[in-house]
Design a protein around this ligand. Structure first.
Ligand code: GTR
Length: 470
């Protein structure tokens, strides 16, 4: 029994006891009966309300009645990425340049918000220069990117690995991590961050602070030895360095650096946390442009879940990311919003009010009114290679909706002269498909595993090295 139910059952029992024990006349008895009935009804109503509130607080998404039944997916009509707002059909790369701007602006205005235009001059401080790591197979470096403006400062601490057996500068995976750089490998030389972080006690996070017990706790999500062995570098930073993942009205992270000069209308379009995180990924790439051991022209931006949404938005805006990889990114990532399968626009805006811009809330239960859908986010990456991955048990992220985004972005890839997606039907579990667009549905739960990374490495090999293992 839920606690609210328990106390209500107790007061109901007391009420029954009280009326049974009190002796009274028949008139009084009639009145008492009426009173008792209305009190009982009031209590029951209250009980329902309490239960509902309790349930909403504990399982907000589920309380909204999320759909997991394919038969109940509403009939929807997607906006056409190859039709301009003027109605003009887009059939050339030139015309696409214009259409792409329209789509990008819609995503900025209505979904993720606009990043600030004010320039920054970051300072780079090497906190650890290239040092042997991973049994001598790699070298590790740590760099602090510090930025100041408007009386505030923020620092993104970047952790880099590069393979030592590498004749040229190495291609690189650039991605944020959830609970800190130290969580991706147990080496005590990795700086332990002091920012607010999500994470549980099991993961070594206490009161939202990473402790030494967090070291290596997320190493399965970053199979460094495997990545290094395949000849790739890694650049990662804690997402909380850019913006801690809670709704504080954007008072911490990098938001205060740009908090000057917004009109009320602009505020509706101001970037949320996902916008800030994706901006941070571009700042890491700025640094990589001057890092001679790493080939910034072969950078794949990658992310899992909320950070997969972030990788897509970073790749959509910043064409310097040569490959874009989204792992189990779901609603607000690769999944089509109009399908309303699993997590919906309303659920995500309710549970994470800080992730998107204020305008996005207008589309709670009004997905059909969105000027875009997520296949258009994928299309913004064209003609660059993009990979989307789902997991069979991750229905909350709507695997089918994630695949369909690729499928419906495919005409843009084809129009731009790439082979696009090599299939027109969702492949079976564990049957990856790779062209300019790649997809797989891994058996298992919401996570990023060695299996996922192996497909991504095959995909980047194909595009960065011209090898085709699939
Ligand atoms: C969930 C959220 C998803 C996804 C996930 C994650 O709670 O509803 O959109 O981002 O978190 O990031 O692990």
């Amino acid at each position: 029994m839920l606690p609210a139910q328990k106390s209500l059952a107790f007061s109901l029992k007391n009420d029954l006891l009280t009326s049974t024990l009190l002796g009274c006349s028949s008139e009084q008895k009639g009145l008492k009966k009426q009173n008792f009935r209305s009190r009982l009804l009031a209590i029951l109503n209250l009980a329902t309300i309490y239960q509902w509130v309790f349930f909403m607080m504990t399982f907000p998404g589920q309380a909204l009645g999320q759909n997991y039944d394919e038969q109940k997916v509403p009939v929807y009509k997607l906006p056409d990425p190859l039709r301009a707002e003027s109605g003009q059909k887009i059939d050339s790369a030139d015309a696409w340049t214009h259409r792409r701007k329209e789509i990008l602006n819609s995503f900025k205005r209505e979904v993720y918000g606009k990043k600030p235009a004010q320039p920054l001059e970051p300072e780079y401080t090497v906190t650890e220069d290239w040092t042997p790591a991973l049994d001598g197979k790699a070298e590790r470096k740590q760099v602090a990117i510090s930025m100041g403006r408007n009386g505030s400062t923020a620092t993104i601490n970047v952790l880099l690995y590069r393979p030592v057996d590498c004749e040229q500068a190495a291609p690189v995976f650039v991605g944020l991590n959830f609970i800190g750089n130290a969580s991706i490998n147990p080496d005590p030389a990795i700086g332990l961050h002091t920012n607010w972080t999500i994470g549980s006690e099991d993961e070594g996070v206490i009161d939202h602070r990473a402790t030494v017990a967090s070291r290596g706790k997320k190493k399965s999500r970053w199979p460094l030895a495997h990545i290094i062995e395949r000849g790739y570098a890694v650049a990662t930073a804690h997402c909380g360095d850019i913006d801690p993942d809670f709704d504080d009205g954007f008072k911490n992270g990098i938001h205060p650096l740009f908090a000057d000069g917004h009109s009320a209308a602009q505020a509706e379009e101001t970037w949320g946390t996902i916008g800030a995180w994706s901006w941070g990924l571009s700042r890491i790439l700025d640094y990589l442009e001057q890092e001679s051991e790493i080939d910034h022209t072969r950078a794949a931006v990658i992310g899992h879940s909320r950070l997969g949404k972030t990788a897509l938005w970073a790749g959509a805006q910043d064409k310097r990311f040569a490959v874009v990889i989204s792992n189990n990114s779901g609603c607000g990532g690769a999944a089509l919003s109009r399908r309303q399968f699993g997590e919906t626009v309303q659920a995500i805006n309710m549970n994470f009010p800080h992730w998107f811009c204020t305008n996005f809330k207008k589309y709670n239960q009004r997905e059909d009114e969105l000027p875009v859908d997520q296949h258009m986010l994928v299309s913004l990456i064209a003609p660059r290679p993009v990979y989307v991955a789902s997991a069979t048990e991750d229905l909350w992220a709507d695997p089918k909706g994630e695949f369909l985004s690729l499928l419906y972005a495919d005409p843009v890839y084809k129009m731009l002269g790439t082979p696009g997606l090599p299939v027109d039907r969702m492949p079976d579990p564990d049957q990856p498909v790779q062209g300019t667009m790649g997809y797989h549905l891994r058996s298992g739960s919401h996570d990023i595993t060695l299996y996922d990374w192996t497909q991504y490495l095959d995909f980047t090999d194909r595009h960065f090295r011209g090898t085709q293992s699939r």
